[in-house]
Design a binder for this molecule. Structure first.
Ligand SMILES: [Zn+2]
Ligand SMILES: [Zn+2]
Length: 199
């Protein structure tokens, strides 16, 4: 599916790494942004706000600027195709698997599967997928943060997303809520029913 991706990429973006649009204490290079200074801007090629660390810019460091991806900005049909957007694809039946998808100019560049149950206040995050040419830019972290934001104060677990070294590194770098069970999925009875299991 991803063969020849470089030749048919969904369209250029500025190649910035991405972070969830929350207040950041530090930049990618570890500077305290209150001390280093932060500049807010906007990337008009993809219609996404950006931030940069003033000190990183002065020092000419890499990863000095990043996209600020709004986690609430999840809707079914983006207003334009020229955007980098998070989209929620809810399940067709209650507590079944849905998806959180990151889309660039109308094409999916990453996504994850998500089970949510409002009755048991449980969430399960499935494998996180990011197209090879968009990896190591924080998009997987944005997807996980967007999934977690859909179930505040839920108990979370994940499917086996941390078996490879890269997967374990990704898993270990996430800000999981207290009590999360990584790689040990807990499906409530409603999720099991929607998965077609006997309960
Ligand atoms: Zn910095
Ligand atoms: Zn349930």
């Amino acid at each position: 599916m991803t063969a020849g991706l470089a030749g048919c990429s969904p369209g250029s973006d500025s190649g910035l790494p991405a972070r969830p649009a929350v207040r950041h204490v530090r930049c990618f290079n570890g500077h305290d942004l209150d001390i280093a200074g932060q500049t807010i801007s906007y990337d008009h090629s993809v219609y996404v706000p950006t931030s940069s660390c003033n000190l990183c810019q002065t020092l000419g460091l890499s990863r000095s600027a990043w996209f600020e991806i709004d986690l609430r900005f999840a809707h079914e049909t983006p207003p334009t195709q020229a955007e980098l957007v998070l989209i929620a694809r809810p399940p067709t039946t209650k507590a079944a698997v849905g998806q959180v998808v990151l889309q660039l100019r109308g094409q999916q560049i990453g996504g994850l599967d998500l089970w949510l149950c409002g009755i048991d206040r449980r969430g399960v995050i499935g494998p996180v997928r990011v197209d090879a040419s968009y990896r190591r830019r924080g998009f997987g972290t944005v997807l996980v943060a967007a999934a977690l934001a859909r179930g505040p104060r839920y108990r979370w677990s994940t499917t086996a997303i941390g078996e490879s070294v890269a997967g374990r590194a990704f898993c270990a770098a996430q800000c999981w809520p207290d009590g999360t069970q990584p790689s040990s999925p807990f499906y409530c009875s409603h999720m099991k029913l929607s998965n077609g299991e006997d309960v």
